[in-house]
Design a protein around this ligand. Structure first.
Ligand SMILES: Cc1cc2nc3c(=O)[nH]c(=O)nc-3n(C[C@H](O)[C@H](O)[C@H](O)COP(=O)(O)OP(=O)(O)OC[C@H]3O[C@@H](n4cnc5c(N)ncnc54)[C@H](O)[C@@H]3O)c2cc1C
Length: 411
């Protein structure tokens, strides 16, 4: 390719949180990088848009707890570089049946990772949160210090701005439809549907819910990464109680370890409303979205009615927003080299399974390490290998899609 304006050290495909954070990491290390996005920047058709994502260190898996602590430092570093806030710190409150194995594993991790926390019985919960949460007889609560709300669209915009400030080239409305090794240079050739071609020594693919489609198109390989359409719900706090649900009054980000798995954030983006949603949804084709009908809300209504002591209107959400998860069978991420003819020159990151946003800055750093240094530093990558599903019946894409429909039907 003769046009040197189209030659880069690294080409990053997909400008959600993962691609934007990667572009920033690569640009700040002084490399020539281009970030390509199929739609307009900051669009609402992927996974990284909207007003709130939870950050919490309370994971049943110890490797994620460690990663969140690391990612937190990187969020703060980026905020201080840009000069504005994207992460609003709160505390995290997890609740569930006392014998729930996942909740017990979370508590054990808090202890081993030295995350400041308190395990509370239902009376202590009521006291700590001035009656905001009501737990059933056999439930416990876990208060932990590290929680908060990240503003997703603002955060993606922050990393794109920081990347541009460090010299990155950003191009939207550029759908990548070709990734191959260039016959002449041996580098990675990336072609777009509008006829542009770029050459990169390395390429990073962070295309969210389109990962299965794009990888199949360029290699024939079918990854068990299932796009899921999910719905965020906002519920109205009853008159007189609005202030009780704000971060400044100690209301936490929260998660409930029972059926359905419920998560939520304090009243922040829309005064008087709290986000309360179910972790689940329906398999979808990211290019033929249904934009609804969303999961049945029967169980969630009941949960809202019972857990919030009558202070939140349980009749139904007053606002909804559609979004996509990229689910893997074990809900662990996929972060790996594409391999085969691409060797270590193409890196993939996807399958964030509805819990990746908080890790965005760390994933950006890992991807920059993998692309530029040939290895990730300080993170156990074994859990994220692309080929871990090979020979594993759970890796069968068709069966997996069927299971997902079943597993997320919460009524
Ligand atoms: C409702 C909801 C709630 C969530 N809550 C939380 C939470 O509380 N905490 C948390 O940590 N995480 C949460 N998540 C998960 C988190 O938002 C995602 O893990 C994260 O946003 C994934 O980012 P991504 O960059 O991988 O994907 P995306 O944001 O989808 O970015 C991929 C980009 O690639 C582009 N693209 C695709 N194909 C091509 C192509 N061929 N050429 C060029 N560009 C392409 C897409 O247009 C898109 O912009 C939630 C997700 C949802 C949907």
């Amino acid at each position: 390719m003769e046009n040197s304006g189209k030659k880069f050290d690294v080409i990053v495909i997909g400008a959600g949180i993962m691609g934007s954070a990667t572009a920033y990491q690569i640009a700040r290390r002084g490399h020539k990088i281009i970030l390509l996005e199929q739609f307009d920047f900051l669009h609402h058709r992927g996974s990284s848009h909207g007003e709130s994502r939870t950050i919490r260190a309370t994971y049943p898996e110890s490797y994620y707890a460690k990663m969140v602590i690391e990612s937190c430092k990187l969020w703060e570093e980026a905020e201080s570089e840009i000069g504005y806030q994207v992460l609003y710190k709160a505390h995290q409150f997890d609740m569930g049946p006392a014998d729930d194995k996942s909740l017990q594993a979370v508590i054990a991790n808090c202890r081993s990772q030295l995350i400041p926390h308190q395990v509370l019985n239902r009376h202590q919960v009521s006291e700590k949160f001035s009656g905001q949460f009501e737990l059933p007889e056999n439930w416990i609560g876990l208060w932990s210090e590290l929680g908060g709300v990240i503003k997703p669209t603002k955060a993606v915009s922050m990393f794109q701005t920081l990347a541009i400030q460090r010299g990155a080239v950003l191009k939207d409305n550029s759908e990548v439809c070709e990734i191959r090794r260039d016959d002449v240079s041996g580098e990675i050739l990336v072609g777009t549907a509008n006829g542009n071609r770029f050459l990169g020594k390395k390429c990073v693919v962070t295309v969210g819910a389109w990962m299965k489609k794009l990888v199949k198109l360029v290699t024939g390989l079918v990854l068990p990464i299932q796009p899921i359409e999910t719905t965020v719900c906002y519920w109205k706090v009853k008159e007189g109680y609005e202030a009780h649900f704000t971060i400044s009054n100690g209301f936490p980000t929260f998660a409930s370890y029972s059926q359905p798995y419920v998560y939520g954030t304090p009243s922040l983006e829309y005064p008087g409303l709290v986000k309360i949603a179910v972790h689940g949804g329906y398999p979808c084709d990211p290019d033929k979205r249904m934009w609804g009908p969303g999961i049945s809300l029967h169980a969630l209504r009941k949960w809202v009615e019972e857990r919030f002591a009558g202070r939140v209107d349980p009749n139904g959400p007053v606002a909804k927003q559609s979004c996509m998860y990229s689910l893997t069978p074990d809900e662990d991420f996929v972060i790996d080299y594409l391999g085969d003819e691409f060797g270590k020159d193409v890196v993939l990151a996807g399958g964030f399974s509805g819990h990746g946003f908080k890790m965005g800055p760390l994933v950006g750093k890992i991807l920059a390490d993998l692309a530029l240094d040939g290895e990730a530093h300080g993170v156990e990558m074994g859990y994220f290998r692309m080929r871990r599903f090979e020979g594993n019946p759970k890796g069968n894409v068709k069966e997996f899609a069927d299971q997902v429909t079943f597993a997320t039907d919460c009524d």
